[in-house]
Ligand binder design. Structure first.
Ligand code: NDP
Length: 235
């Protein structure tokens, strides 16, 4: 098996953590980033990976994260832009700080990841960028207007990058309801309770990790661009 160097943002919980475990288990060298380094230390120790502190909203932090991995392994094969937040609310409630947080993490963070790895991947003439969008990047629901806007933007960005790149692979992963800590960021109690109720049918984060593993283990000439993985019972 071709062991890849895989960088994962937001690897301290949920889908990022599950992806780290899945890919390390498949023999890849995983490099984990997030703000909660205590969790990264524990996960890395369990799976034999390495980690570096990362705040995706800061370009310098992203550059330091990527540079540390590059220095350690001498290459970067895959970046999984997974870090995300989802403080859902009605637009009329004007939670502007939360809107900006979603733009900063979900969109600007992905742009920072691309900016940090692209020079290395161009030099290698190979690389794979996996961006985590969402079913909310395919449809809009009440309370998810801004969250959806960031996830639609990730899809647009990914498609543009794909069209411009002949030696890079670009994959968008669109999870549906998935077990994770994501609802913890919802400050509107009624919205949080409603979303947690919907989450009763959530699939394990390992289901998303399996899809990411599928995309990155295809032959180099095969570019898996778009995968939707959701609970069978999700409407
Ligand atoms: P979690 O809350 O469990 O994980 C989110 C991760 O993002 C954490 O590791 C967190 O780490 C990290 N993160 C948040 N802010 C930053 C930041 N500024 N810098 C670096 N890392 C950050 O949720 P999920 O696993 O569900 O979320 C992963 C992705 O999946 C997100 O992009 C989300 O939008 C997407 N998604 C999730 C779905 C679901 O149902 N769960 C459905 C569709 C998409 P830390 O706090 O330690 O920095």
């Amino acid at each position: 098996m071709n062991s890849k160097v895989v960088l994962i943002t937001g690897a301290s919980s949920g889908i990022g953590e599950a992806t780290a475990r899945r890919l390390a288990g498949a023999g890849h060298r995983v490099f984990l980033g997030a703000r909660r380094t205590d969790r990264l230390a524990t996960i890395s120790a369990e799976i034999g990976g390495e980690y570096h502190e990362l705040d995706v909203t800061r370009l310098e932090s992203m550059r330091a994260f990527v540079a540390a991995a590059h220095e350690r392994y001498g290459r970067v094969d895959v970046l999984v832009n997974n870090a995300g937040v989802m403080p859902l609310s009605l637009v009329q409630d004007l939670k502007v700080d939360e809107w900006n947080q979603m733009i900063d993490v979900n969109l600007r963070g992905v742009l920072h990841g691309i900016a940090a790895v692209l020079p290395i991947m161009r030099e290698q003439q190979a690389g794979h960028i996996v961006n985590i969008s969402s079913v909310s990047g395919l449809r809009v629901d009440p309370t998810a207007a801004v969250y959806s806007a960031t996830k639609f933007a990730v899809r647009a960005l990914s498609e543009g990058l794909r069209q411009e790149s002949r030696d890079l692979r670009v994959t968008v992963i669109n999870p549906g309801l998935t077990e994770s800590d994501l609802t913890g960021g919802i400050t509107d109690e009624a919205v949080r309770d409603a979303v947690r109720d919907q989450m009763k049918i959530a699939i394990p984060a390992s289901a998303i990790a399996d899809a990411i593993n599928y995309a990155i283990t295809q032959p180099p000439e095969v570019d898996v661009n778009d995968l939707v993985i959701r609970p069978t019972a999700q409407g």
